[in-house]
Write a protein that binds this ligand. Structure first.
Ligand code: F6P
Length: 567
């Protein structure tokens, strides 16, 4: 029987790099390493139209990625060899794809319509999801129309979301992105950092009588969130003069209802979610309550529809025109085969200024892994460092390195054809700038072109742009709730595709635990009376001693003028 070598499964426990499809791609990468995008475009006038795909209103142009038709075919063959189809189906079937925690990762159920079924351990979770969404909507409507009142009878005008990581970044990003869809007379602020500056600055001009605090924590044990939640309780009690007022001003979002009860939040003020929802995949759950309060239930549901549209596209579209599959495979290509260490995400939309921070957690907490599902070290590069800033601002700070530095930095540009802020002369310039950057990165400017422009010979090398720097463009009509949901789902599933190729678990985050445990040990050492015995390395010990002296004002330094804050 003939067997396609690309489809021969690797021996049990063998790394992905032992797959024939992997070896073929690596050999191909060596062959095309010096191929320039100039040559690829010159050889194929239809490239710009063909290397593109569209779903849920988002158009992905990847023609300026350093790929040939053969690259794409080999990437798709690798996806098949890694059983991407089987892994997608397993995730949608609610199988425990989060292998190290023995859990499903069924965030797609959070945005399923009422008539869909998603099973976790034999139980259809969709009715549970909609029961919480309905409670959220009832609550959000009551707050928004003034029926829900604070302890003193005043309506709620401010919402403070206390949470960190996945319990902060998604809703914070979405509230910013959807500001044109939000109630402008309702302030929504986010407190995440255990640095007291965060809580103090977020609440300094708020009246507790008009403030609703949402404590968001999947585990309800996170140090930063619980510290801020206790501070919020003191702030409310002090401001309202009665500890009983707190119950009227605090609601919780959590999967740990025992802990919310211990904190003193009544069950009817808790919006639940489930352990099959990872924190960084939880934006569509009750974690998005602040978003729903800001934009209202209808817009929130439109955002979920956008998520669902991309989920369905991911589940059903052929891989060759599947946006998350293409995006994930291109990330693998750039990272593992072209050696790029980072991915810059540059939204040409000020409203998406928090998107890079959101994607940092989504991508880096998911794919910042160095062992396979089976626990073996991976012999190849995995998740890239994700970073970014909105355009055009980045052009005037770090783009120099993107154009002429020694590193390869693939970029994702994100833009919309219509702005919610149609000030004359702004939007077309914004988009022209994005298109110009992608073009300049790809094609550069040769020494001959620089000379032809009359540049003195001494400056030719300095003004030459090598080009061949890859980017993708995501273009949609406008940044509305539906499109935001689709965009986030695209990145979520792209991360899953990458993890599948790399054979790593994108749904755990053991790497965050060691620092937490050490902080618990160090915290009492900073304040213990006398000279506590310290058992750390000499650097940490010295820093702890110095901190203790500075904190007590015993460091012997002069008081500098202007060192005292105004308030
Ligand atoms: O420490 C990392 C982390 O566990 C993230 O994965 C998570 O999003 C964040 O902390 C907050 O966790 P929680 O929602 O349980 O407070």
């Amino acid at each position: 029987m003939h067997r396609d070598p690309d489809r021969v499964p690797p021996a049990a426990g063998a790394p992905r790099s032992a797959l024939p499809a992997w070896a073929a791609l690596a050999a191909h990468a060596r062959e095309v390493r010096d191929l320039h995008l100039r040559a690829l475009f010159a050889a194929d006038p239809g490239r710009g139209e063909r290397l593109a795909a569209e779903a849920a209103g988002i158009y992905l142009d990847y023609a300026k990625q350093r790929v040939t038709q053969e690259t794409l075919a080999r990437l798709l063959a690798l996806a098949e060899a890694c059983d991407l189809r089987g892994r997608i189906d397993a995730m949608f079937r609610g199988e425990p794809v989060n292998t190290t925690e023995g859990r499903a990762a069924l965030h797609v159920a959070l945005r399923a319509p009422r008539n869909r079924r998603f099973m976790v351990e034999g139980h259809d979770v969709v009715p549970d999801v909609h029961a919480v969404l309905d409670r959220m909507a009832t609550f959000a409507d009551a707050v928004r129309d003034g029926a829900w009142r604070g302890w003193t009878g005043r309506p709620i005008r401010h919402v403070v979301n206390i949470g960190i990581g996945g319990s902060d970044l998604g809703p914070a990003m979405a509230c910013e992105a959807l500001r044109p869809y939000s109630r402008r007379d309702l302030t929504v602020r986010f407190v995440s950092n255990v640095d007291g500056a965060d809580f103090a600055e977020a609440t300094r001009d708020l009246d507790p009588a008009e403030t609703l605090v949402i404590v968001v924590s999947k585990t309800f044990t996170t140090l930063e969130t619980m510290t801020n939640a206790h501070t919020a309780r003191r702030w409310l009690t002090a401001g309202l003069g009665d500890a009983g007022a707190v119950a009227r001003h605090v609601v919780a979002v959590s999967a740990n209802t025992e802990a919310t009860a211990r904190f003193g939040i009544a069950p009817d003020r808790v919006f639940g979610f489930w352990d099959w929802v990872g924190g960084r995949y939880s934006m569509g759950s009750a974690v998005g309550l602040a978003v729903m309060l800001a934009v209202g239930p209808a817009h929130f549901r439109a955002m979920l529809d956008g998520f669902h549209a991309m989920d369905e596209h991911f589940r059903t579209a052929p891989f060759a025109c599947n946006l998350p599959v293409l995006s994930g495979l291109l990330a693998v290509w750039c990272t593992t085969f072209l050696g790029a260490q980072t991915l810059a995400v540059i939204p040409y939309d000020q409203s998406l200024r928090r998107l890079p921070a959101y994607l940092q957690q989504l991508c880096m907490e998911s794919n910042g892994k160095s062992v396979t599902h089976a626990g073996a070290p991976v012999p190849y590069a995995t998740g890239p460092i994700v970073w970014g800033e909105p355009g055009t601002n980045g052009q005037h700070s770090f783009f120099q390195l993107l154009h002429q530095g020694t590193r390869l930095v693939p970029c994702d540009f994100i833009a919309f054809a219509r702005s919610a802020y149609p000030l004359p002369g702004h939007h077309d310039l914004l988009i022209a700038s994005m298109l110009a950057q992608a073009e300049a990165l790809a094609f550069g400017q040769t020494a001959d072109e620089v000379r032809a422009a009359g540049t003195p010979e001494a400056l030719v090398a300095h003004r030459t742009f090598a080009g061949n720097r890859p980017s993708s463009v995501l273009l949609a009509e406008r940044l509305d709730p539906f499109t935001l949901g689709a965009l986030v789902a695209l990145y979520e599933h792209s991360v899953f595709v990458q993890a599948t190729i790399w054979d790593i678990n994108p749904f755990d985050q053991w790497g965050v635990e060691l620092g937490k445990a050490l902080a618990r040990r160090i915290a009492p050492e900073l304040t213990a009376p006398g000279e506590p015995a310290l058992g750390h390395d000499s650097s940490t010990n010295a820093l702890i001693r110095r901190y203790r002296r500075l904190r007590a004002g015993r460091a012997g330094g002069d008081r500098r003028a202007g060192a005292e804050p105004e308030s």
